[in-house]
Design a binder for this molecule. Structure first.
Ligand code: SF4
Length: 388
Protein backbone atom coordinates (compact mmCIF):
# COMPACT_ATOMS: atom_id res chain seq x y z
CA UNK A 1 0.00 0.00 0.00
CA UNK A 2 1.41 3.43 -0.91
CA UNK A 3 0.27 6.68 0.68
CA UNK A 4 0.88 9.69 -1.57
CA UNK A 5 3.51 7.63 -3.42
CA UNK A 6 5.51 7.04 -0.28
CA UNK A 7 6.70 3.42 0.05
CA UNK A 8 5.00 1.48 2.83
CA UNK A 9 7.78 -0.06 4.92
CA UNK A 10 5.37 -2.68 6.35
CA UNK A 11 4.93 -4.19 2.90
CA UNK A 12 8.59 -4.50 1.86
CA UNK A 13 10.44 -7.81 1.97
CA UNK A 14 13.99 -7.85 3.37
CA UNK A 15 15.42 -7.76 -0.14
CA UNK A 16 13.31 -4.77 -1.13
CA UNK A 17 14.01 -2.97 2.14
CA UNK A 18 17.76 -3.43 1.58
CA UNK A 19 17.43 -2.05 -1.94
CA UNK A 20 15.41 0.85 -0.55
CA UNK A 21 18.10 1.79 1.99
CA UNK A 22 20.88 1.47 -0.56
CA UNK A 23 18.95 3.85 -2.85
CA UNK A 24 18.64 6.20 0.09
CA UNK A 25 22.45 6.16 0.51
CA UNK A 26 22.18 4.18 3.78
CA UNK A 27 23.69 0.92 4.92
CA UNK A 28 21.62 -2.17 3.98
CA UNK A 29 21.61 -3.47 7.60
CA UNK A 30 18.98 -0.80 8.32
CA UNK A 31 16.57 -3.18 6.60
CA UNK A 32 16.92 -5.78 9.37
CA UNK A 33 16.47 -3.10 12.03
CA UNK A 34 13.23 -1.83 10.47
CA UNK A 35 11.90 -5.35 9.96
CA UNK A 36 12.51 -6.24 13.59
CA UNK A 37 10.80 -3.08 14.81
CA UNK A 38 7.68 -3.63 12.68
CA UNK A 39 7.32 -7.39 12.57
CA UNK A 40 8.95 -8.59 15.80
CA UNK A 41 8.13 -5.75 18.17
CA UNK A 42 4.94 -4.54 16.52
CA UNK A 43 6.14 -0.93 16.38
CA UNK A 44 4.83 1.34 13.62
CA UNK A 45 5.91 4.71 15.08
CA UNK A 46 9.27 5.62 13.54
CA UNK A 47 10.10 7.91 16.49
CA UNK A 48 10.17 4.86 18.78
CA UNK A 49 12.87 3.14 16.68
CA UNK A 50 15.70 4.41 18.83
CA UNK A 51 18.54 2.35 17.37
CA UNK A 52 18.11 4.37 14.19
CA UNK A 53 19.75 7.80 14.17
CA UNK A 54 17.49 10.82 14.56
CA UNK A 55 18.37 12.31 11.13
CA UNK A 56 17.54 8.98 9.44
CA UNK A 57 14.28 8.72 11.38
CA UNK A 58 13.36 12.22 10.15
CA UNK A 59 14.25 11.21 6.61
CA UNK A 60 12.11 8.06 6.89
CA UNK A 61 9.19 10.03 8.28
CA UNK A 62 9.39 12.44 5.36
CA UNK A 63 9.77 9.85 2.62
CA UNK A 64 7.97 6.69 3.78
CA UNK A 65 5.00 5.48 5.77
CA UNK A 66 4.15 2.40 7.81
CA UNK A 67 0.56 1.58 7.06
CA UNK A 68 -1.45 -1.50 8.00
CA UNK A 69 -5.11 -2.34 7.46
CA UNK A 70 -7.59 -1.36 10.17
CA UNK A 71 -9.31 -4.01 12.33
CA UNK A 72 -12.96 -2.97 12.37
CA UNK A 73 -14.60 -5.96 14.07
CA UNK A 74 -13.41 -8.55 16.52
CA UNK A 75 -15.23 -11.82 17.35
CA UNK A 76 -14.37 -14.56 19.82
CA UNK A 77 -15.89 -18.01 19.33
CA UNK A 78 -17.04 -20.26 22.15
CA UNK A 79 -14.29 -22.69 21.12
CA UNK A 80 -11.54 -20.05 21.48
CA UNK A 81 -11.18 -19.11 17.79
CA UNK A 82 -10.93 -15.44 16.86
CA UNK A 83 -12.27 -13.77 13.75
CA UNK A 84 -11.11 -10.28 12.88
CA UNK A 85 -12.51 -8.19 10.08
CA UNK A 86 -10.10 -5.78 8.48
CA UNK A 87 -10.92 -2.88 6.23
CA UNK A 88 -8.69 -2.64 3.18
CA UNK A 89 -7.87 0.37 1.02
CA UNK A 90 -10.50 -0.52 -1.58
CA UNK A 91 -13.16 -0.09 1.16
CA UNK A 92 -14.06 -3.79 1.30
CA UNK A 93 -13.96 -5.72 4.53
CA UNK A 94 -12.04 -8.97 4.68
CA UNK A 95 -11.93 -11.71 7.30
CA UNK A 96 -9.11 -13.62 8.96
CA UNK A 97 -9.43 -16.39 11.52
CA UNK A 98 -7.14 -17.63 14.30
CA UNK A 99 -7.58 -21.25 15.34
CA UNK A 100 -5.81 -22.27 18.57
CA UNK A 101 -5.05 -25.96 19.03
CA UNK A 102 -2.89 -27.95 21.43
CA UNK A 103 0.71 -27.05 20.60
CA UNK A 104 -0.02 -24.68 17.74
CA UNK A 105 -1.98 -21.67 16.57
CA UNK A 106 -3.07 -21.38 12.96
CA UNK A 107 -3.97 -18.14 11.22
CA UNK A 108 -6.16 -18.41 8.14
CA UNK A 109 -5.19 -15.43 5.97
CA UNK A 110 -7.14 -13.80 3.12
CA UNK A 111 -5.52 -12.74 -0.14
CA UNK A 112 -8.36 -11.00 -1.99
CA UNK A 113 -11.51 -9.01 -1.24
CA UNK A 114 -13.98 -11.55 -2.63
CA UNK A 115 -13.04 -14.09 -5.25
CA UNK A 116 -13.64 -14.33 -8.98
CA UNK A 117 -13.74 -18.13 -9.12
CA UNK A 118 -17.24 -18.85 -7.82
CA UNK A 119 -16.84 -22.37 -6.42
CA UNK A 120 -20.39 -23.43 -5.65
CA UNK A 121 -19.72 -24.49 -2.04
CA UNK A 122 -17.95 -21.30 -0.96
CA UNK A 123 -19.50 -18.22 0.63
CA UNK A 124 -16.61 -15.99 -0.49
CA UNK A 125 -17.22 -16.91 -4.13
CA UNK A 126 -20.85 -15.79 -3.83
CA UNK A 127 -19.68 -12.27 -2.89
CA UNK A 128 -18.14 -11.64 -6.30
CA UNK A 129 -14.76 -9.93 -6.53
CA UNK A 130 -13.48 -6.50 -5.58
CA UNK A 131 -9.70 -6.33 -5.39
CA UNK A 132 -6.39 -7.96 -4.64
CA UNK A 133 -4.99 -7.22 -1.21
CA UNK A 134 -1.68 -5.34 -1.10
CA UNK A 135 1.42 -6.92 0.49
CA UNK A 136 0.84 -4.87 3.65
CA UNK A 137 -2.80 -5.98 3.77
CA UNK A 138 -1.77 -9.65 3.58
CA UNK A 139 1.12 -9.44 6.06
CA UNK A 140 -0.94 -7.00 8.13
CA UNK A 141 -3.25 -9.89 9.07
CA UNK A 142 -0.35 -11.72 10.72
CA UNK A 143 0.79 -8.46 12.34
CA UNK A 144 -2.67 -7.85 13.79
CA UNK A 145 -3.08 -11.43 15.04
CA UNK A 146 0.20 -11.06 16.94
CA UNK A 147 -0.81 -7.62 18.22
CA UNK A 148 -4.23 -8.83 19.42
CA UNK A 149 -2.87 -12.01 20.99
CA UNK A 150 0.10 -10.41 22.76
CA UNK A 151 2.67 -11.91 20.40
CA UNK A 152 4.84 -8.77 20.29
CA UNK A 153 5.50 -8.77 24.01
CA UNK A 154 9.03 -9.58 25.17
CA UNK A 155 9.67 -13.27 25.76
CA UNK A 156 6.10 -14.09 24.77
CA UNK A 157 5.91 -17.18 22.62
CA UNK A 158 4.49 -16.31 19.23
CA UNK A 159 0.80 -17.32 19.26
CA UNK A 160 0.72 -17.89 15.50
CA UNK A 161 2.87 -20.89 14.61
CA UNK A 162 1.17 -21.74 11.30
CA UNK A 163 -0.29 -19.72 8.46
CA UNK A 164 -2.66 -21.07 5.83
CA UNK A 165 -3.47 -18.91 2.81
CA UNK A 166 -6.98 -20.29 2.92
CA UNK A 167 -9.09 -17.26 3.78
CA UNK A 168 -10.98 -15.15 1.26
CA UNK A 169 -9.69 -15.26 -2.32
CA UNK A 170 -7.46 -17.38 -4.52
CA UNK A 171 -3.89 -16.56 -3.39
CA UNK A 172 -2.29 -17.46 -6.72
CA UNK A 173 -4.44 -14.88 -8.52
CA UNK A 174 -2.72 -12.24 -6.35
CA UNK A 175 0.63 -13.83 -7.04
CA UNK A 176 3.20 -11.06 -6.60
CA UNK A 177 1.74 -9.61 -3.41
CA UNK A 178 1.20 -13.02 -1.80
CA UNK A 179 4.76 -14.15 -2.64
CA UNK A 180 6.23 -11.02 -1.03
CA UNK A 181 4.02 -11.44 2.04
CA UNK A 182 5.13 -15.10 2.35
CA UNK A 183 8.75 -13.96 2.19
CA UNK A 184 8.13 -11.63 5.13
CA UNK A 185 6.32 -14.38 7.08
CA UNK A 186 9.29 -16.73 6.67
CA UNK A 187 12.03 -14.12 7.15
CA UNK A 188 14.12 -14.69 10.29
CA UNK A 189 14.18 -11.02 11.24
CA UNK A 190 10.40 -10.80 10.81
CA UNK A 191 8.09 -13.69 11.84
CA UNK A 192 10.55 -16.52 11.08
CA UNK A 193 7.85 -19.08 10.26
CA UNK A 194 9.04 -22.40 8.91
CA UNK A 195 8.34 -23.25 5.26
CA UNK A 196 6.55 -26.35 6.59
CA UNK A 197 4.18 -24.20 8.57
CA UNK A 198 3.18 -21.79 5.84
CA UNK A 199 0.72 -23.28 3.38
CA UNK A 200 -0.64 -21.88 0.14
CA UNK A 201 -4.05 -23.32 -0.65
CA UNK A 202 -5.05 -23.12 -4.30
CA UNK A 203 -8.07 -24.08 -6.35
CA UNK A 204 -5.66 -24.93 -9.17
CA UNK A 205 -4.29 -21.96 -11.11
CA UNK A 206 -1.91 -24.15 -13.10
CA UNK A 207 0.34 -21.49 -14.72
CA UNK A 208 0.92 -19.94 -11.29
CA UNK A 209 1.73 -23.34 -9.69
CA UNK A 210 4.16 -23.97 -12.57
CA UNK A 211 6.17 -20.86 -11.68
CA UNK A 212 5.80 -21.14 -7.88
CA UNK A 213 9.15 -22.82 -7.24
CA UNK A 214 11.03 -19.77 -8.47
CA UNK A 215 9.43 -17.66 -5.71
CA UNK A 216 8.84 -19.78 -2.61
CA UNK A 217 9.25 -23.15 -0.93
CA UNK A 218 6.10 -22.95 1.19
CA UNK A 219 3.85 -25.98 1.57
CA UNK A 220 0.96 -26.52 -0.82
CA UNK A 221 -2.66 -27.61 -0.42
CA UNK A 222 -4.96 -28.23 -3.37
CA UNK A 223 -8.72 -27.73 -3.24
CA UNK A 224 -9.82 -30.75 -5.25
CA UNK A 225 -13.34 -31.52 -3.96
CA UNK A 226 -14.22 -33.99 -6.75
CA UNK A 227 -12.68 -37.21 -8.09
CA UNK A 228 -13.38 -36.53 -11.77
CA UNK A 229 -13.55 -33.64 -14.23
CA UNK A 230 -17.26 -33.96 -14.86
CA UNK A 231 -18.17 -33.30 -11.23
CA UNK A 232 -15.34 -30.83 -10.62
CA UNK A 233 -16.48 -28.78 -13.63
CA UNK A 234 -19.87 -28.44 -11.95
CA UNK A 235 -18.67 -27.30 -8.54
CA UNK A 236 -15.40 -25.53 -9.43
CA UNK A 237 -15.61 -23.62 -12.72
CA UNK A 238 -11.80 -23.22 -12.82
CA UNK A 239 -11.60 -26.92 -13.66
CA UNK A 240 -12.89 -26.23 -17.17
CA UNK A 241 -9.72 -24.26 -17.78
CA UNK A 242 -7.27 -26.40 -15.80
CA UNK A 243 -8.59 -29.97 -15.56
CA UNK A 244 -7.51 -32.43 -12.88
CA UNK A 245 -4.73 -34.22 -14.82
CA UNK A 246 -2.99 -30.91 -15.61
CA UNK A 247 -3.46 -29.71 -12.05
CA UNK A 248 -1.98 -32.83 -10.43
CA UNK A 249 0.94 -32.84 -12.83
CA UNK A 250 1.69 -29.18 -12.06
CA UNK A 251 1.46 -29.79 -8.29
CA UNK A 252 3.79 -32.82 -8.60
CA UNK A 253 6.33 -30.59 -10.37
CA UNK A 254 6.26 -28.12 -7.48
CA UNK A 255 6.42 -30.75 -4.74
CA UNK A 256 9.37 -32.48 -6.49
CA UNK A 257 11.20 -29.15 -6.62
CA UNK A 258 11.09 -28.84 -2.81
CA UNK A 259 13.56 -31.71 -2.46
CA UNK A 260 12.23 -32.84 0.91
CA UNK A 261 9.64 -35.28 2.17
CA UNK A 262 6.68 -32.92 2.17
CA UNK A 263 3.61 -34.02 0.23
CA UNK A 264 0.69 -31.97 -1.03
CA UNK A 265 -2.49 -31.83 1.01
CA UNK A 266 -5.66 -32.60 -0.93
CA UNK A 267 -8.63 -30.65 0.42
CA UNK A 268 -11.97 -32.32 -0.18
CA UNK A 269 -15.17 -30.66 1.05
CA UNK A 270 -17.83 -33.32 1.55
CA UNK A 271 -21.24 -32.14 0.33
CA UNK A 272 -24.29 -34.31 0.94
CA UNK A 273 -25.55 -35.99 -2.22
CA UNK A 274 -22.99 -34.20 -4.40
CA UNK A 275 -19.55 -35.72 -3.85
CA UNK A 276 -19.89 -37.86 -0.71
CA UNK A 277 -20.91 -41.25 -2.14
CA UNK A 278 -18.79 -44.32 -1.50
CA UNK A 279 -18.06 -44.49 -5.23
CA UNK A 280 -16.62 -40.96 -5.10
CA UNK A 281 -14.25 -42.13 -2.35
CA UNK A 282 -13.22 -45.16 -4.43
CA UNK A 283 -12.70 -42.95 -7.50
CA UNK A 284 -10.64 -40.50 -5.45
CA UNK A 285 -8.46 -43.33 -4.15
CA UNK A 286 -7.90 -44.50 -7.72
CA UNK A 287 -7.23 -40.97 -9.04
CA UNK A 288 -4.53 -40.27 -6.45
CA UNK A 289 -2.87 -43.69 -6.41
CA UNK A 290 0.41 -42.40 -7.87
CA UNK A 291 0.19 -38.92 -6.33
CA UNK A 292 1.89 -38.67 -2.91
CA UNK A 293 -0.48 -36.72 -0.67
CA UNK A 294 -2.45 -36.46 2.53
CA UNK A 295 -6.18 -36.04 2.30
CA UNK A 296 -8.11 -33.56 4.41
CA UNK A 297 -11.88 -34.08 4.42
CA UNK A 298 -13.93 -31.00 5.27
CA UNK A 299 -17.61 -31.60 6.06
CA UNK A 300 -19.54 -28.80 4.33
CA UNK A 301 -20.49 -25.87 6.57
CA UNK A 302 -23.86 -24.45 5.50
CA UNK A 303 -24.29 -20.72 4.79
CA UNK A 304 -27.09 -18.56 3.40
CA UNK A 305 -27.18 -18.45 -0.44
CA UNK A 306 -26.35 -22.16 -0.56
CA UNK A 307 -28.71 -25.13 -0.68
CA UNK A 308 -25.95 -27.63 -0.01
CA UNK A 309 -26.05 -29.72 3.13
CA UNK A 310 -23.53 -31.34 5.39
CA UNK A 311 -23.29 -35.14 5.04
CA UNK A 312 -24.28 -37.41 7.92
CA UNK A 313 -21.58 -38.58 10.33
CA UNK A 314 -21.83 -42.09 8.91
CA UNK A 315 -21.32 -40.84 5.33
CA UNK A 316 -18.22 -38.92 6.47
CA UNK A 317 -16.93 -41.94 8.34
CA UNK A 318 -17.53 -44.30 5.39
CA UNK A 319 -15.75 -41.94 3.01
CA UNK A 320 -12.78 -41.72 5.34
CA UNK A 321 -12.69 -45.48 5.86
CA UNK A 322 -12.52 -46.22 2.12
CA UNK A 323 -9.58 -43.86 1.67
CA UNK A 324 -7.76 -45.18 4.74
CA UNK A 325 -8.24 -48.76 3.59
CA UNK A 326 -6.69 -47.72 0.27
CA UNK A 327 -3.60 -46.60 2.24
CA UNK A 328 -4.07 -42.83 2.49
CA UNK A 329 -3.42 -40.64 5.51
CA UNK A 330 -6.78 -38.96 6.04
CA UNK A 331 -7.90 -36.30 8.47
CA UNK A 332 -11.41 -34.97 8.95
CA UNK A 333 -11.35 -31.27 9.73
CA UNK A 334 -13.15 -30.45 12.94
CA UNK A 335 -15.59 -27.61 12.48
CA UNK A 336 -14.34 -24.60 14.44
CA UNK A 337 -15.68 -21.07 14.91
CA UNK A 338 -19.09 -21.93 13.43
CA UNK A 339 -20.87 -19.66 15.95
CA UNK A 340 -19.03 -16.60 14.60
CA UNK A 341 -19.46 -17.52 10.92
CA UNK A 342 -15.79 -18.31 10.51
CA UNK A 343 -15.79 -22.04 9.75
CA UNK A 344 -14.27 -23.30 6.51
CA UNK A 345 -16.07 -21.96 3.43
CA UNK A 346 -18.11 -19.43 5.42
CA UNK A 347 -15.96 -16.30 5.15
CA UNK A 348 -17.78 -13.43 3.52
CA UNK A 349 -16.57 -10.07 4.84
CA UNK A 350 -18.24 -7.16 3.11
CA UNK A 351 -17.13 -7.00 -0.49
CA UNK A 352 -18.05 -4.18 -2.83
CA UNK A 353 -18.61 -6.49 -5.77
CA UNK A 354 -17.11 -5.40 -9.10
CA UNK A 355 -18.89 -8.23 -10.88
CA UNK A 356 -22.64 -8.89 -10.96
CA UNK A 357 -22.24 -12.21 -9.27
CA UNK A 358 -23.33 -11.38 -5.72
CA UNK A 359 -26.61 -9.82 -6.88
CA UNK A 360 -27.19 -12.76 -9.24
CA UNK A 361 -26.73 -15.25 -6.38
CA UNK A 362 -28.99 -13.18 -4.11
CA UNK A 363 -31.71 -13.05 -6.80
CA UNK A 364 -31.45 -16.81 -7.35
CA UNK A 365 -31.67 -17.48 -3.62
CA UNK A 366 -34.67 -15.15 -3.19
CA UNK A 367 -36.35 -16.81 -6.17
CA UNK A 368 -35.71 -20.24 -4.64
CA UNK A 369 -37.33 -19.09 -1.37
CA UNK A 370 -40.35 -17.75 -3.34
CA UNK A 371 -40.57 -21.01 -5.33
CA UNK A 372 -40.46 -23.00 -2.10
CA UNK A 373 -43.28 -20.85 -0.63
CA UNK A 374 -45.44 -21.47 -3.73
CA UNK A 375 -44.56 -25.16 -3.64
CA UNK A 376 -45.39 -25.39 0.09
CA UNK A 377 -48.73 -23.64 -0.34
CA UNK A 378 -49.65 -25.92 -3.28
CA UNK A 379 -48.57 -28.85 -1.13
CA UNK A 380 -50.69 -27.61 1.78
CA UNK A 381 -53.66 -27.20 -0.52
CA UNK A 382 -53.17 -30.78 -1.71
CA UNK A 383 -52.98 -32.04 1.91
CA UNK A 384 -56.11 -30.03 2.83
CA UNK A 385 -57.91 -31.39 -0.26
CA UNK A 386 -56.89 -34.93 0.77
CA UNK A 387 -58.35 -34.42 4.23
CA UNK A 388 -61.66 -33.09 2.93
S1 SF4 B 1 -13.06 -21.89 -2.61
FE1 SF4 B 1 -11.35 -20.44 -2.82
S2 SF4 B 1 -11.12 -20.26 -5.05
FE2 SF4 B 1 -13.17 -21.12 -4.72
S3 SF4 B 1 -14.54 -19.33 -4.64
FE3 SF4 B 1 -13.91 -19.79 -2.52
S4 SF4 B 1 -12.17 -18.46 -2.15
FE4 SF4 B 1 -12.45 -18.59 -4.37
Amino acid sequence: MMVANKPNLAGLSLENLRAFFIDLGEKPFRAEQIMKWIHQRGVVDIDVMTDISKPLREKLKATTNISLPKVVEDYLSEDGCHKWIIEVVSGSKVEMVFIPEAGRGTLCVSSQAGCSLDCTFCATGKQGFNSNLSIAEVIGQLWWANKKLGGFKDKMERPVSNVVMMGMGEPLLNFDNVMEALNIMMEDCAYGLSKRKVTISTSGVVPAIDKLKAYTDASLAVSLHAPNDELRNQIMPINKKYPIAKLLSSVSGYMDSLGDKRVAVIEYTLIKGVNDHRQHARDLAELLKSFPCKINLIPFNPFSLSDYERPSSSAISNFRQILQTAGYTVTVRTTRAYDIGAACGQLVGDVTDQTRRSSRHKRRSEQAVEDRKVFDSVDNLAVTADRL
